[in-house]
Design a protein around this ligand. Sequence first.
Ligand code: AMO
Length: 468
Amino acid sequence: MGGTTWYPTAYRSHTLGQIQNIGAELVDEEVTICGFAEAIRGKGKICFLDLRDGTGRCQIFLKQGNVEDETLAAVQNASRESTIQFTGIVAQKRAAKVAEGEAEPDPEFEVVASSATILSAAETPLPLGVTDTVHVELDTRLDNRYIDLRRKHVNAIFNLRSKILQYGREHLISEGFKEINSPKIIAAAAEGGTNLFPMKYFDRDAYLSQSPQLYKQLAVLGGLERVFEVGPAFRAEKHDTYRHLNEFVSFDIEMSWADDEDVMGVQERMIQHIWSNVAGNDMDLIADINEFRSTQDLDDIEVEIPSIPFPRVEYSDAIEMIKAAGQDIVWGDDIEAHHADIIAEKHPGFHFIPRWPMSMKPFYIYHDKTEIAGDGGQLSRGFDLNYGRDEMTSGGQREHRTDVLTQNLVDMDLEPADFDFYIDGFRFGAPPHAGWGLGVARLTMVLTGSRNVRETVLFPRDRRRCTP
Ligand code: AMO
């Protein structure tokens, strides 16, 4: 919670996290707190209730005489997950006896209630248990995401996702990047025309944006020097895999006066910054995930700060590695997931795959006509970043020469006139530039040890799912 100021609100004077962390300062003080009733124990004259809010947990103690009889009965009969507001006095919990020679545990605090209000009673039964460790199908969890998110380890995943964005932004700003927002209603495809979601835009056709690509480039052509954007990207792909969605959040940069190697440097420094900050500040969230993993017989996840530079395995070398492992592949083919497994055996962590064939990269990637490889095929300045078998990022130096850019469009069977709004941006002086787009959900998968991208997206959108 370092650095956060929790101002009192209309409903509470303190958070439960504050009572946990600075309870010693609050002993004998009256507080008003709110939360979800996680567990309720005790009949007759007393009741113990485990209350949870988004910052922590606290035990509430109710006793006949301290609270009205009706209130005591109402709380005792409340259903799990009902939201309740309590007013009471903070007290140090009586410590459990420790065996001789054992260290005294840290003191814990509770609230001895003098009044309670049930804010909203939860219906029963709950669609899934909040503290249960029994396996629940992902579809059931996603159908009831608002309950699923109340589970400690799921909540931790989304807190960590927020940290990735926070530390990532923080790092880019420290390198002089400015945050931009590009339009999501667009008229021309940046990433190929086959996977566009069409929409009606008044009396003309438009699409949902697949990537901020063309607009982040126009921003640096406009002299913004270094820009980044965190925003949604839409792809009408018919994939049904653990790592593809039809809407995802892309973390993009674009940088003037730079080549592919320069932006790979930005990428690896940013990832190292994220990992070292999580290791320094957020291991409590990792512990929440590991606590759950241990109930599922899964190994603990660790936060190993990656050293930089990340290994670089040029595309041509990658093809040789895949061939050497007995696979049928030729220069110019895509590196599919089962090929990536072969590279991942040698490079299980982050590694770049630079220098792809131009024929496999989009028109905006720099076309290095002097660099010939394979069967006379021409190289590009495009790269991918993988973690093990999974692609996290793709990027590259961009084509800033208007004539080559126009030729690339023609070579890729695209209509240059559709891209006039973009190509015109290059006609009046264009800085050489480079950039990348990182899939936020995929990076969150790596950090949180998740096996499906849907685990790291609040309300995933795939072919079968458009609700909740
Ligand atoms: P690309 O299409 O490779 O590149 O996308 C960049 C990154 O976004 C993530 N990603 C996805 N995540 C979930 N579901 C999907 N369907 C999906 N598609 C892509 C991946 C991928 O590496 N304009 C370029 C980037 C650039 O050159 O700056 C682009 O969009 O992690």
